[in-house]
Write a protein that binds this ligand. Structure first.
Ligand code: PAP
Length: 329
């Protein structure tokens, strides 16, 4: 009886949240959406209605623990790759490389998104228990909108930055693939215009980056700022730094056994994209939103923007990046 009451209470609360959210949406500024009709500006950032619900839910319900690890990215900055890397670093004592979970599970199955899993209280509780004592989570939520406990708990945050132009191009490809057929076509020129004025999922891109960049300068022992490009150029150095930050440094014996190199290979684009689970599997983020795993592994290259943006577009994006992230790039 208690179970069904609490289930009812939970559902009532949820339905009330839905009603409050739709009421709130009518009061928010909106712009053309990438995969929904509109994106809405909520507390200075742009979201789909579902993402606003996720952010609010996370703020209400998520209680971070000091031992938690939160991977934060602006969408298409390397989430899938870094989920695989962090999962491999943290679980390297538990799994052998020949029968590793990443060979049969997608990276998004190994580390869930906070704003998605928190929508289902039972799954969230089960997940927390399953990965105790160190819970691994990922999110795209901007720094200023994180649940308060993330900063106050002192848990570790890893932020991944990627070149603006590649982020735009990767977002455009992905959104075009999953964009509902009933919406009009979405040329890259439209994506570019929206992106430049900050209108993209969890954007503006620059404000999202800036919040975490500043936090990484203020509390470097709690917030590590890495780049997609550095991980590509020198994965061994970057992974070693990441493991040290996560209090799981590689010991001499592991170095001798080339564990770092084994993780790099396991999580490489070439390996992950060749696995059946990532070619045919589907990620169910919520009952309403599923995406085929292959859409998270497209090209995995630095500089693919050159195949899609004009030089004028690229220069414009670089100029905004120089102005907004002065000192970082
Ligand atoms: P998400 O934020 O929606 O989860 P995310 O994983 O950040 O997506 O972005 C996908 C991008 O990372 C794709 O970039 P592309 O469109 O330029 O190709 C994808 O190919 C790339 N990616 C995924 N896995 C890897 C990997 N193991 N190594 C390098 N890049 C990767």
């Amino acid at each position: 009886m208690d179970m069904s009451r609490s289930q009812h209470e939970h559902e009532d609360e949820y339905n009330k949240d839905d009603q409050d959210n739709s009421d709130m949406l009518t009061t928010l500024p909106n712009e053309k959406g990438w995969i929904t009709e509109h994106l809405y500006q909520y507390k200075s950032f742009w979201f789909t209605p579902a993402a606003i619900k996720g952010v609010k839910r996370a703020q209400q319900c998520f209680k971070a623990q000091p031992t938690d690890i939160v991977l934060v990215t602006f969408p298409k900055s390397g989430t899938t790759w870094f989920k695989a890397l962090i999962f491999s670093i943290m679980n390297r004592d538990r799994f052998d490389f020949s029968s590793h979970p990443l060979l049969t599970k997608g990276p998004h199955d190994c580390i869930p998104f906070l704003e998605a899993i928190i929508q289902d209280v039972a799954s969230y509780k089960d997940y927390r228990i399953s990965c105790s004592p160190r819970c691994l989570l990922a999110t795209h939520i901007p720094c200023s909108l994180l649940p308060a406990s993330v900063m106050s708990s002192g848990c570790k945050i890893v932020y991944v930055f990627r070149d603006t132009k590649d982020v735009l191009v990767s977002n455009w490809h992905y959104m075009r693939k999953i964009r509902p057929k009933q919406l009009p076509s979405f040329p890259i020129e439209d994506a570019f215009d929206l992106f430049c004025i900050g209108v993209s999922h969890y954007g503006s891109f620059w404000d999202n980056v800036l919040g975490y960049w500043k936090a990484s300068l203020e509390i470097p022992d709690k917030v590590l700022f890495l780049t997609y490009e550095d991980m590509k150029t020198d994965p061994v150095v970057c992974l070693t730094k990441l493991a040290k930050f996560l209090d799981k440094p590689f010991c001499v014996e592991e170095e001798r056994e080339q564990v770092v190199q084994k993780i790099v290979r396991l999580c490489s684009f070439e390996n992950l994209s060749s696995l059946e689970v990532n070619q045919t599997g589907v990620q169910h983020f919520s009952p309403q939103f599923s995406v085929e795993n292959r859409h998270f592994l497209r090209k995995g290259q630095v500089g693919d923007w050159q195949n899609h943006l004009t030089l004028e577009m690229a220069e414009h994006l670089d100029e905004i990046t120089r102005q907004k992230l002065c000192g970082l790039v």
